[in-house]
Write a protein of this length. Structure first.
Length: 616
């Protein structure tokens, strides 16, 4: 028989639930223990309100702890009790809680279903807070789906309700999420307008952290639109608010942003000061990726002020962290692969045991039947089946082993590309140090040329490490980066160059891309060193095309300088031209050099060499 509502037993359950709530922030384990005691006692005395509240408290605990299946179970139990009542507001909250779990589980369909059910219920109540919260969550859902129009509809509906009831904290939230939405769509003006409206409602110190978040977003928008002073102002205001709250990681992130902005303004010492402060906070918060970024920014700043020793020191620190992070990811992936492989092996063993059991039962039935003819036929069929299964099993195991080895090889190749790229960058940094310490102009130019060659090869391994393939790469982005690098090295501006790129989309194999990349680098370096020094409006054309009919690859590089001197083709006249000639021979191609309103180099390579070993 159910207890009276105000019975001592029910009061004890309510007390246990209240204690669980109070303890949740400081000792979640004790909070769970009290919630479990409340649930046990509420069930024993048939106290439905206590049971539902206990389920809800346990659901919240397991959601926070990341035990999502348990959280889903307890929230489901909570919802089932609510559905037995006429309380539509509680039913809506039940679906709302369940949507939090399904969202973390990555079940987008179930999350949307739960939110829509919650919205349909809450619209029939006067629970405005839950109503606007559900609308915002629906907006978040469609924003993540990049359905920005529907997201804006839900956000604006929540805004209209909050305007009607003059809910200041709710209005701040609505304007902020709309600012986030417009910022994500790169609508900077609309984003700033809504962020400033949000700040108008957040003067109270209780909202300091929300203000810090909005100021950070404003800083990002100003930085993106190249209003660097405004960006720095917003970041510094946000930093002061984060500092007051003791949020170390957020402070370090903001200092990293300030470091980059000061560098853009060529305020290198200021950039260094920001970064040095950020390093202390990043180390305290245990954020290796942030540490790596700060080290890298420090390396750049020290290089700009001519302290190449410090620049190289911080570059190596950044590189060592990147290497450790890459190794950690690789080891985790290998461990996951091993678990999958061992699980598959166990499944095979179970399947084999089942097959053996079937075999034993079948043989016993044959003996009982007494039919020798059927026994012979069945035995033959069984023998054929087993033989086929053994063959299939062996083939499957072989395929799995091949897949495993291929995956391991891919990881090793990616790691190799990463290490090669880093080694090239070290060599490039050493050449850079030597360049600035060399007083002889001819020696300095030779070092600069060597550096461009090293960086051309480094870029290839960087593209392979970051791309989808370990053995082939698309050339357009690579060639574009090569040109940008040479433009920077020879003190030109990219806007001053008329660039005509026509690059085939077909990826090139590594053994093919490396010589082509070095050739392109030599030719565009030659243009910037010689042709463009005396050219008022520099123009560069780079063409790389496949001809399927003739089965040839054509590379053409042309500038609009004065052209090549008559002695350019003489042996020993130019190391760069000798290098190009040797690489063309390696590719079994042909080189044509012409003066056609500037120097024009055309290289034709047989198409089939892509599938052969060009290193002869």
């Amino acid at each position: 028989m159910a207890q009276q509502k105000n019975s001592p037993e029910q009061a004890q359950v309510d007390s246990l639930i209240n204690v669980a709530k109070l303890l949740f922030a400081e000792d979640s384990t004790k909070s769970r223990v009290f919630a479990e005691q409340a649930l046990e006692q509420a069930k024993r005395i048939n106290y439905s309100d206590g049971t539902t509240a206990s389920y809800r408290r346990l659901g919240a605990y397991y959601l926070t702890m990341g035990s999502l299946q348990k959280a889903k179970y307890y929230y489901n139990q909570n919802l089932q009790f609510y559905l037995k009542t006429d309380d539509l507001s509680r039913q809506a909250k039940g679906y709302l809680s369940l949507s939090e779990v399904t969202s973390k589980l990555g079940d987008r369909v179930a999350t949307l279903d739960n939110l829509i059910k919650a919205l349909e219920l809450v619209q029939k109540t006067d629970d405005v807070q839950s109503h606007t919260r559900i609308l915002n969550l629906l907006g978040n859902h469609f924003r993540h789906e990049q359905d920005y129009e529907r997201a804006a509809d839900y956000y604006n509906e929540a805004l209209e309700i909050r305007l009607t009831i003059n809910d200041s904290s709710g209005l701040a939230n609505s304007y902020q999420v709309l600012g986030n939405l417009y910022g994500e769509q790169l609508q900077s003006g609309a984003a700033k307008k809504h962020y400033f409206k949000s700040l108008d409602y957040l003067h109270d110190n209780r909202y300091a952290q929300q203000r810090a978040g909005i100021l950070t977003n404003l800083g990002i928008i100003y930085a993106r639109t190249n209003r660097l002073d405004s960006a720095i102002f917003c970041y510094e205001k946000a930093f002061a608010l984060r500092k007051a709250s003791g949020n170390i990681y957020s402070q370090a992130l903001l200092l990293n942003n300030l470091t980059a902005l000061a560098f853009q303004q060529e305020q290198y010492q200021r950039s260094i000061d920001y970064a040095q402060t950020g390093l202390v906070l990043a180390e305290q918060s245990g954020a290796p990726q942030l540490l790596s970024s700060l080290y890298y920014n420090l390396s750049d700043s020290y290089k700009e002020i001519g302290d190449f020793k410090q620049s190289f020191y911080y570059y190596k620190l950044s590189d060592s962290i990147d290497y450790e992070l890459t190794n950690a990811e690789k080891n985790a992936e290998m461990a996951r692969l091993q678990v999958q492989f061992e699980t598959a092996q166990k499944d095979k063993e179970i399947a084999q045991q089942s097959l053996n059991l079937v075999k034993a039962n079948t043989q016993r039935n044959w003996l009982l039947s007494g039919s020798a003819l059927l026994l012979i036929i069945a035995g033959f069929v069984y023998w054929s089946l087993i033989r086929k299964r053994r063959s299939n099993r062996a083939l499957q195991e072989q395929n799995e082993l091949i897949i495993k080895r291929e995956y391991e090889k891919t990881l090793l190749l990616r790691e190799l590309h990463h290490r090669v790229k880093n080694n090239f960058q070290v060599v490039s940094s050493l050449l850079n140090l030597q360049y600035y310490e060399t007083e002889n102009p001819e020696a300095a130019n030779a070092i600069k040329s060597g550096r461009t060659r090293v960086e051309a090869m480094s870029m290839i391994h960087s593209e392979l490490y970051q791309g989808n393939s370990d053995t082939a790469m698309e050339m357009e982005d690579y060639i574009r980066h090569l040109i940008e690098n040479v433009v920077f090295l020879y003190n030109f501006e990219l806007e001053d160059i008329t660039l005509d790129l026509s690059i085939d989309e077909r990826p090139l194999e590594v053994k093919y891309a490396i010589p082509i990349g070095i050739i392109v680098n030599e030719l565009i370096t030659n243009a910037f060193k010689h042709a463009f020094e005396v050219t008022e409006k520099p123009s560069l054309t780079v063409l790389l095309k496949w001809d399927v009919i003739s089965e040839e690859l054509t590379l053409k590089v042309k500038d609009n300088g004065a052209g090549l001197p008559p002695t350019a083709s003489d042996k020993g006249s130019s190391f760069g031209l000798e290098l190009i000639t040797d690489l063309v021979k390696q590719l079994q191609g042909k080189l044509l050099v012409e003066n056609n309103k500037g120097a024009e180099f055309t290289i034709v390579v047989p198409y089939l060499t892509v599938y052969q070993n060009v290193e002869r």
